[in-house]
Design a protein around this ligand. Sequence first.
Ligand SMILES: NC(=O)c1ccc[n+]([C@@H]2O[C@H](COP(=O)([O-])OP(=O)(O)OC[C@H]3O[C@@H](n4cnc5c(N)ncnc54)[C@H](O)[C@@H]3O)[C@@H](O)[C@H]2O)c1
Length: 276
Amino acid sequence: MADRGADPSLRYHNKVVIVTGGTKGIGEAIVRAFVKNGASVVFCSKEETASDLENELSECGPGSALYVSCDVTIEDDIKRLIEVAVKTFGQIDCLVNNAGWHPPEQIIDDTSAQEFQNLLSLNLIGYFLTAKYALPHLRKTQGNIINVSSLVGIIGQKHAIPYVATKGAVTAMTKAMAIDESQYSVRVNSISPGNIWTPLWKELSSHAANPDVMILGGKDAQLLGRMGTAEECAKAVLYLAAEATFCTGIDLLLTGGAELNYGNKNQQKTQNSIYN
Ligand SMILES: NC(=O)c1ccc[n+]([C@@H]2O[C@H](COP(=O)([O-])OP(=O)(O)OC[C@H]3O[C@@H](n4cnc5c(N)ncnc54)[C@H](O)[C@@H]3O)[C@@H](O)[C@H]2O)c1
């Protein structure tokens, strides 16, 4: 393990961070950013191991990385994740709830209650339970929680009713949790990314009739004319954890201006969906 007492100028030196869904995409970038800034990071996903990433990060340092297999839809797995973090590092300073999924396009007629419940269990209840079991430890360190939500939880998205509902709930839950935990000086914030190029986006575009057209649309949805990067999300998360000490209950938009300006939104004139 890297020397945790090394450089006090590191932004999250000697702190312990849990990142759910840390093996790829936004979560992986968050894990890398914290390790680079001196933290001991416990990261999880559903896979059995992530030894290559774990070894690479711990060798690079200056922080360290420990992988724990944990499906955040299973309460016992979450309890174990928290237990391993506390047993190994003695404390928790920051929880980043990130593990989530966006299903391919779906209309309400084709969406079952079970599918909706499964997504709620992953995207919302998983965040709730991980916070629930981390909070007794975060209260001791006056730590913080960062929930990875989504812009579409605020502005909606076509053919994504369950996903939008889960993310809207994450943003709302963040504020409710910030209120209750303020008495312990625990801060609770969220980030709401717009389109970020990750393995999830790649997977979603592979389901489209024309992936290149979908990717171009994904870029053009932002005023800045491109998708965001996972590294840009990680920088925002590190800022909320390390420097934003007077922020609680905020939702930081990382959207390249996607929510600004009027656009052509008359669906009767702009229908190009497979459903219409
Ligand atoms: N990519 C985007 O454009 C975008 C935009 C807004 C919000 N988000 C949100 O950001 C988060 C990360 O998205 P991403 O694009 O990096 O996705 P991704 O699919 O690239 O990575 C998701 C990570 O979550 C893990 N994971 C999935 N199910 C899990 C489970 N049941 N238990 C534990 N881990 C699990 C995966 O193994 C992986 O490590 C999600 O919550 C997503 O909704 C993404």
